[in-house]
Design a protein around this ligand. Structure first.
Ligand code: ADP
Ligand code: MG
Length: 242
């Protein structure tokens, strides 16, 4: 589903240049649930933003379900993003003056779906996720876990094939974090490919595979047979929750 070959990304300001991604090779199959780990500042968010076609890259090849992704900002890139990607953020990024249902419905607005239809679709999804009781609440009236569930519903409403989550449990206590991972696993089991950035080992251990970003490269991104060597998911007690 996702294929990166020798991907490079630098940030430039004035005469300074910061080379963050130094030749990333990565393959993620459709239906996989993987985590991306790495120390703070190692480029995890940079990588996820590129994968989500929210940012561009300097060199290399990015293929999303076989489509070459280049020329960030083009209509085609936006089309690919809309068709394939749902994003979940650490800080939820809900619109504070819109209620839960309206937040979930928002991506449909950009698809030019009318308000009535949007709200019906959002309510259906909220009901399916057991969130209907919160539909008319503003984000400020919800707990962190509830807000993240609403944000996940918003990511799902346009039926993405890939969910990219940047430290989705970073602002949650551990009990709520594990419940969140259960929900993400449930969503993954419907066939949606999932990439989760985290710096928490016990969160990463709940995914199928751990990708480690270090010094701008992934050491084991390409050959799946190598992953098992250091994947905590191999520890029986920490395998997927029911
Ligand atoms: P992580 O998510 O792993 O903590 P980031 O991808 O956010 O890391 O950042 C990687 C490096 O790039 C950091 O040194 C950060 O300061 C720098 N960086 C991130 N975004 C920008 C930007 N828009 N402009 C300049 N430097 C940036
Ligand atoms: Mg980050």
């Amino acid at each position: 589903m996702i294929s990166l070959n020798q991907l490079h990304k630098s940030y430039r300001s004035g005469t300074n240049s910061l080379h963050v991604l130094k030749g990333i090779d990565l393959e993620v199959e459709a239906g996989e649930m993987v985590s991306i780990m790495g120390s703070s500042g190692s480029g995890k968010s940079t990588l996820l933003n590129i994968l989500g076609i929210l940012d561009n890259y300097d060199a290399g090849v990015y293929r999303l379900d076989g489509h070459a992704v280049n020329g960030f900002g083009e209509t085609r890139a936006a089309g690919l993003r809309n068709q394939y990607i749902g994003f979940v953020f650490q800080s939820f990024n809900l619109i504070s003056f819109k209620n839960a249902m309206e937040n979930v419905a928002l991506p449909l607005y950009y698809r030019k779906i009318g308000r009535r239809k949007r709200n019906i679709m959002a309510m259906e999804l909220l009901e399916r996720l057991g969130l209907a009781d919160w539909a008319t609440h503003l984000p400020g009236e919800l707990s962190g876990g509830q807000k993240q569930r609403i944000a996940i519903a918003r990511a799902l409403i346009a039926r993405p094939k890939v969910i990219l989550a940047d430290e989705p449990t970073g602002a949650l206590d551990s009990q709520t974090s594990f419940e969140m991972m259960d929900l993400l696993r449930e969503i993954n089991s419907t066939g949606i490919t999932m990439l989760i950035v985290t710096h928490e080992n016990d969160i990463a251990a709940r995914t199928d595979r751990i990708i480690r970003l270090h010094d701008g490269v992934i050491l084991n991104g390409h050959d799946p047979s190598l992953h098992t060597l250091e994947s905590p998911a191999d520890i029986p007690a920490t395998i997927r929750p029911n």
